[in-house]
Design a protein around this ligand. Structure first.
Ligand code: NAP
Length: 336
């Protein structure tokens, strides 16, 4: 069976996911496209999905009878209404992060899915599908003993001028927020944010770097350095310290060279290259589940938990180092 997918939002990631479905993955095809920027939709159709039908609105695409599953890859603020419409239509929906721009919006999606009675939503937290994180989780669960500490870093070479302090949480830390809940099978109870002096490459509206300290229900302390003007590369680091040993996220494959009297190997500079393979695996997972009318992987509940945690982290950014509590209500049994 070939799953017929409609894509809402034909910008950078919508185009890339369409390419995956059309050229890399098995079991699906893009049959419908929609974007408020009609030129973007037309360009994706021409380049990648010539048989796809263009729809004026995302709502019309979701309602179209030929569309069996939906990808929401539009601008973040538009995700919530599209995901709610897909749930109302009973169609599996893959939503790029964020699930919604507020915790209340994400909660509305959880409530709608629970009322529907079946999981239909997968959130685009692709790190759970990265081979390195999968191996790290296996090592933590099988070898290094009960986790006590996590030391992590998320470094970008540079960010656009419009990137300001809260975006370090919403756009950057959001991936760590999700992947550590999954890695540790745990939830957060508090967040703190600490700042050193501002880096010279930063500006007055961006505190950079910053250190977020998350504490979990099981008592694990996680420190994450976010440094988005680090200059040297795109670098994701993670080390878990357990009762019996430590486990470290593998570096991306890179040829070790001896050159000019130096030992050297390249560091990636573009985040797209770092997780390119995991995007393939996550979407193939979506296709497999959606073909059976259901969803798997990161859930609407995970999207909601990430939104609640993000809100607390942004509050902590403004709390002069004080801890901000993170409280999640009871998890509905749909997400057990
Ligand atoms: P982008 O290049 O700006 O593309 C977004 C597209 O959606 C644009 O074509 C935009 O039109 C269109 N759009 C805006 N409002 C819309 C609406 N109401 N209905 C339909 N289309 C609409 O952005 P992007 O980088 O692809 O990011 C899209 C989403 O994916 C964001 O939420 C982002 O956070 C997420 N993302 C996730 C990852 C990841 O690592 N998982 C990576 C990249 C992006 P205009 O051109 O007119 O604005």
């Amino acid at each position: 069976m070939t799953l017929n997918i409609g894509v809402i939002g034909c910008g950078m990631i919508g185009r890339d996911h369409t390419r995956r479905i059309q050229q890399v993955l098995a079991g699906a095809q893009v049959v419908a496209l929609s974007d408020v920027n009609a030129a973007n939709a037309e360009s994706v159709r021409q380049d990648l999905a010539p048989n796809a039908r263009l729809y004026d609105t995302g709502e019309a695409l979701i309602a179209a009878p030929e569309v069996q599953a939906v990808l929401v890859t539009s601008w973040g603020a538009t995700h919530e209404p599209y995901v709610l419409a897909a749930i109302a239509a009973g169609k599996p929906v893959f939503c790029e992060k964020p699930l919604a721009t507020t915790a209340a919006g994400a909660r509305r999606i959880v409530d709608a899915e629970v009322a529907f009675g079946k999981r239909l939503v997968q959130v685009g937290f692709m790190r759970r599908y990265d081979a390195g994180y999968v191996a790290l989780k296996a090592a933590v669960e099988q070898h290094t003993g009960t986790p006590i500490l996590v030391h992590a870093a998320h470094r970008n070479p540079a960010v656009p001028e419009a990137y300001v302090t809260p975006m370090a949480i919403h756009d950057t830390l959001i991936h760590e927020i999700d992947v550590f809940r999954w890695l540790l099978n745990d939830d957060y109870v508090s967040a703190r944010v600490l700042y050193p002096r501002n880096a010279a490459r930063s500006h007055s509206k961006l505190r950079d770097p910053q250190v977020v300290v998350l504490e979990t229900k099981k008592g694990v302390l996680i420190d994450v350095e976010i440094f988005v003007n680090c200059a040297y590369g795109y670098d994701i680091q993670c080390e878990v310290v357990g009762e019996d040993g430590t486990a470290r996220l593998p570096e991306p494959m890179s040829i070790a060279m001896r050159l000019d009297a130096k030992r050297q190997s390249r560091i990636l500079t573009d985040w797209k290259d770092r997780f390119v393979a995991s995007y393939d695996v996550e979407l193939q997972d979506f296709i497999g589940a959606a073909a059976q009318g259901r969803a798997t992987g990161p859930s609407a509940w995970d999207g909601y938990a990430a939104a609640v945690t993000s809100d607390a982290c942004v509050q902590a950014q403004e709390s002069a180092g004080a801890a901000v509590a993170i409280e999640l209500p009871a998890r509905p049994s749909l997400y057990a």
